[in-house]
Design a protein around this ligand. Structure first.
Ligand code: T1G
Length: 702
């Protein structure tokens, strides 16, 4: 951490300057992450100019107070007009400095923060610092000279790697790359930066501007196929994303054009990206993911949770136990079936060994992780737990009986969570003496991998139980979204509507593979029928009562249970990916004919409209009912729980982009009785409102 200067002259509300002998120490103090807002840019620019005009100053140090060096541009400024001084102007001031500037970097030096450091002449980093160019995660590119300076400092190969992977580089790798000149203990950072500034000034050498470096970008230093290769990789990995392609153009310009021309191209392409739907969608998701940490309603402090119990050592329970162990909790996994406990331990051990093999864990850490999950057949072992999560079979009678037992075993203030995905949490809570300690934690399978958790707030759930659940999600590196109680909560209730809309299209002339293809080209990893084959068509099928009433029933009656049976909606005999099946086509056509509906072809755009309309309409109903509290929460649920492509922003953001009037028209074409238009959707269409920014009680920006 950077100690905060105890004195100094305020340049403005977020930048102050302290003179240490002949060194001007410029300190940015703009919590929480010293984002490069207009005021920060103005303060730094003025301080650098003043130091250059001060005859007593021989060199400058730029440093930050608080947890981190500047973590990038202020994302809240995007979408509006560029505010003076722009990044270009601020970087130009640093470029114009005739006195050496040393950046004293700590925390997360990201995006524009890294670019500011690159415009300094030397960089000293504290141990533990990470540096990176995450702009493509926001659908952008490093727009303050980063695409031109990085190649000159660390070479175009490393520069492309950093920019296209958006990964964080640890301090020691940064030192090896030449991104920083020294790494020092945190508590010596300011002193070391000042010493560097004095040393460089005393050398009498001209300032070493990164923009003037040329060795790393000399033609013979650049692999001939670097950019062709990079473009080919993108065409395979993220063909739809614009920002990575624009980044390649800029880095290529760094090795083919003069510096200023490269900066001009970078700026032109940056402003082009800022206005794209992809960047607005990615920035929307970024902000929405942070908003979900602050649910509306009474706030409370999270309790200190050390030991967590999990009841049920099946797939979900074991996954939850591993997710908790990964987060450093002591875990007590209970199951009356010793075989289930042993299988759970075996799969955990295998997973940790795989992580050791991948270099993600040391042997010792893997052993400690495995040992942090205690296993027992006795509920009494839960006594010392601060939280207990039940993940037993999805039957109300079984869950209620268990919850009664758990209630007797636990301490009075332990929190009791249910992982139910379909049952009424309030009904389950009714068997607990104090229902305020009951909450839902709907993990998604596999629980140790999927990032979404629907945090179900019951009628009596206390604010501190809610805060504790959200804090646990944060510790598990998961995204907890608070939802209300209803069948399927938010995600699955919307998914059911999308499935119904897809099935309705089958009766009007579409084929399963056409529907899947439309969603895959939209950006999903798979469509509804590919997902059904993966999960298994027989999951909800009843052998006793089946009566060939639906396409799924007929497929199950023919043993076409999906991938596991070698056939489902698709045939898997020839290819693992599955091939359209003539047999299934005949079944679909038969049902369509008997439905008496007009048959016609559907293009991908119309298929997407219909399925999105079903999603969005149900989302609007969830908002109307208060089950979801923000439109952007629903987007987070779908991006994190259902593979909604991030660069599309989530269903609500997508609907706004497509046009709510067009969505409403598609809802009306669904022709599904229980999917009549949601009142909120109709109202927002008439008011010109937006779903993605909708929050009851908060004016929805048009
Ligand atoms: N601008 C404004 N606010 C930001 C911010 C940013 N860049 N980054 C974080 N915040 C807020 C965030 O909204 C939250 O506020 C609080 O800080 C803590 O964030 C010109 C164009 C830095 C690793 O992409 O990756 O520079 O909601 O909960 O988990 O070429 O925030 O509490 O009120 O995430 O400890 C490039 C984005 C921008 C970095 C900290 N930079 N931020 O993680 O805390 S584009 C980024 C992060 C750019 C240049 C280009 C993370 C973090 P609140 P948090 P965290």
């Amino acid at each position: 951490m950077c100690e905060t200067a105890d004195t100094g002259t305020a340049v403005n509300g977020v930048v102050r300057v302290q003179t240490r002998g002949s060194i001007s120490v410029i300190e940015v103090d703009s919590p929480p992450v010293n984002a490069l807002s207009r005021d920060v840019r103005a303060g730094v620019s003025s301080a650098v100019v003043a130091a250059n005009e001060d005859p007593d100053v021989v060199a400058l140090v730029i440093t930050c107070a608080g947890r981190t060096w500047m973590a990038g541009a202020d994302i809240k400024e995007f979408g509006g007009p560029p505010l003076e001084p722009t990044f270009t102007r601020m970087i130009g001031v640093l470029d114009g400095s005739v006195k050496p500037i040393v950046a004293a970097v700590h925390g997360t030096a990201l995006g524009g923060g890294l670019e500011l450091a690159l415009a300094c002449h030397h960089r000293v980093a504290a141990t533990g610092t990470v540096l990176g160019s995450p702009e493509i995660k926001l659908g952008l590119l490093p727009g303050a000279g980063g695409t031109q300076r990085l190649p000159r400092l660390i070479g175009p190969v490393a520069a492309l790697d950093l920019i296209l992977t958006a990964r964080n580089v640890a301090a020691d790798e940064a030192l090896a790359l030449g991104l920083v000149d020294a790494v020092v203990p945190s508590d010596e950072l300011r002193r070391a930066a000042i010493a560097t500034a004095l040393e460089v000034a005393a050398s009498g050498q001209p300032v070493r501007r990164v923009r003037d470096l040329s060795e790393r970008i000399a033609p013979d230093a650049v692999p001939a196929d670097l950019f062709t290769e990079a473009r080919m990789n993108l065409s395979r990995s993220t063909p739809d994303l614009l920002a990575p392609q624009y980044c390649i153009r800029c880095v290529e310009a760094a090795v083919t054009m003069p510096f200023d021309d490269g900066v001009a191209l970078e700026r032109e392409l940056f402003y082009e990206l800022v206005d794209t739907s992809q960047s607005r969608a990615l920035r929307h998701v970024f902000a929405a993911e942070r908003r979900v940490k602050r649910p509306p309603g009474e706030s409370a402090s999270a309790r200190d949770v050390q030991a967590v119990g999990v009841v049920g050592a099946g797939t979900m329970g074991s996954g939850i136990a591993m997710a908790l162990a990964d987060a450093g909790y002591r875990v007590h996994l209970v199951d009356s079936d010793r075989g289930a406990l042993e299988r759970s331990d075996t799969s955990a051990a295998a997973r940790y060994q795989r992580m050791v093999g991948r270099g993600e864990l040391s042997e010792a850490a893997a052993r400690a992780r495995r040992d942090s999950i205690g296993r027992s057949e006795e509920l009494v072992s839960l006594r010392a737990c601060d939280v207990v999560i039940e993940a037993v079979v999805e039957r109300s009678d079984v869950k209620k009986a268990l919850l009664r037992q758990v209630d007797e075993v636990l301490g009075a203030d332990a929190i009791i969570a249910s992982n139910t995905s379909t049952l009424d949490l309030d009904d389950l809570a009714s068997v607990i003496g104090d229902p305020s300690r009951v909450i839902g934690l709907h993990f998604f399978s596999p629980a140790h991998i999927m990032t979404l958790v629907e945090v179900v707030r019951g009628r009596h759930t206390s604010p501190d139980a809610l805060a504790t659940a959200l804090d646990m999600c944060r510790r598990m590196n998961k995204t907890g979204v608070v939802v209300g109680v209803c069948p399927g909560f938010v995600g699955n209730r919307m998914l059911l509507r999308r499935t119904a809309a897809a099935d309705a299209l089958l009766l009007q002339g579409a084929m399963p593979w056409e529907i899947d293809a439309a969603l895959v080209s939209f950006g999903f990893k798979m469509g509804p029928y590919q997902m059904s084959d993966l999960i298994g068509l027989d999951v909800l099928w009843n052998r006793e009562t089946t009566s060939s009433a639906t396409i799924r029933e007929v497929l199950c009656e023919q043993g076409r249970f999906g991938q596991k049976a070698g056939a489902g909606f698709y045939d898997y005999a020839e290819s693992r990916r599955g091939a359209p099946s003539e047999q299934v086509a005949d079944i679909v056509r038969g049902f369509a004919r008997r439905s008496g509906q007009t048959q016609r072809a559907f293009g991908p755009d119309e298929i997407v409209d219909r399925l999105m309309a079903a999603l969005v309409n149900e989302g609007a109903k969830l908002l109307d009912e208060g089950i979801a509290t923000r439109g952007s929460d629903i987007d987070v649920v779908w991006v994190h729980g259902y593979g909604f492509p991030r660069h599309r922003g989530g269903p609500m953001f997508f609907a706004d982009e497509r046009g709510l009037d067009r969505m409403l028209a598609s809802v009306e074409e669904l022709g599904i009785p229980e999917q009549e238009p949601a009142p909120l959707l109709t109202r927002l269409v008439s008011e010109g409102g937006r779903l993605a920014t909708y929050e009851p009680g908060v004016p929805s920006s048009g």
